[in-house]
Design a binder for this molecule. Structure first.
Ligand SMILES: NC(=O)c1ccc[n+]([C@@H]2O[C@H](COP(=O)([O-])OP(=O)(O)OC[C@H]3O[C@@H](n4cnc5c(N)ncnc54)[C@H](OP(=O)(O)O)[C@@H]3O)[C@@H](O)[C@H]2O)c1
Length: 252
């Protein structure tokens, strides 16, 4: 039976993925800081999901969590490194502390999660790891310097590891969600185009995890539009995105 480990499972996308995987009959080990959130999730799953609280910014603590998971429930087959966060940033009121925080959670937290799970994968010459990045990794967006930088790094990390780990039988994937309604995006004060529900996001992610695709990106129409934007030269990209997002000064 497939054994999935997912981080950031106490709410939002991670919670929906854990429940969708459990509904498929997979064994799910769920990590986040909130023990109460994870216990609530485990109760909803009727026993297939087990809570293993942990903080992805604590490298040694997370390695101990993964060791406990594998000792109790057997080797992990698939790791979904989903835990992450977002805070808007205004480059004109530059605050390095927000950058430190987002890089610590989104990038170093992902690195810590890899450090916990990869030794077992490489030793067994088996396993699949999906790094949850964002469409914000595609190009720099206004008021999102820290988030875009941290997620672009996660995507580059996944691309690089895809080469290195294929040689030892380990599959690497990257997840690029568009807007998904979660406690994280509930804080946004702007209209989110092509917003989808967590269950739909989870269905896309589960389908991707059972495919050979590197990139799991959704929803399709929104992704196609953003991929076109990625091809635009800077002289067109900056004025177009400034106009569409209401950032006006300097680009007219
Ligand atoms: N929602 C979107 O539109 C969207 C779009 C693109 C990408 N994403 C990415 O998708 C992932 C999930 O996003 P979401 O919208 O579901 O966010 P969310 O609702 O805020 O959930 C984030 C999850 O990560 C956990 N987490 C945060 N910091 C952690 C830490 N230090 N250690 C362990 N767990 C931690 C949280 O649990 P605790 O607080 O209990 O630790 C929570 O379970 C993130 O990586 C996000 O960047 C989201």
């Amino acid at each position: 039976m497939t054994h999935l480990w997912i981080t950031g499972a106490s709410q939002g996308i991670g919670r929906a993925v854990a429940l969708a995987a459990a509904a498929r009959g997979w064994t799910v080990s769920a990590t986040a800081r909130s023990a109460a959130g994870l216990e609530n999730l485990a109760a909803e799953s009727g026993g297939r999901i087990q809570a293993f609280p942990g903080d992805i910014t604590d490298r040694a603590g997370l390695a101990a969590v993964v060791a406990a998971i594998e000792a109790q429930r057997g080797p992990i087959d698939i790791a979904v490194l989903n835990a992450g966060t977002h805070e808007p940033t205004d480059g004109a009121a530059f605050d390095a502390a927000v950058y430190d925080h987002l890089i610590k959670v989104n990038l170093t937290g992902t690195v810590n999660s890899l450090a916990a799970v990869l030794p077992g994968f490489t030793q067994r010459r088996a396993g699949r790891v999906a790094l949850v990045s964002s469409v914000a990794a595609y190009r720099g967006l206004p008021k999102a310097g820290a988030y875009c930088a941290s997620k672009a790094a996660v995507t580059a990390l996944a691309e690089s590891l895809r080469f290195d780990l294929a040689a030892v039988g380990v599959t690497v994937q990257v997840v690029h969600p568009g807007f998904v309604r979660t406690p994280l995006t509930d804080r946004n004060r702007f209209a989110m185009p092509s917003l989808i529900e967590p269950d739909e996001a989870a269905a896309h992610i589960l389908a991707g995890l059972t495919s050979s695709r590197f990139e799991i990106a959704f929803p399709r129409g929104f992704i196609s539009m953003l991929k076109l934007l990625r091809l635009l030269p800077y002289r067109l990209y900056f004025p177009l995105v400034a106009r569409r997002t209401g950032v006006s000064s300097g680009f007219e």
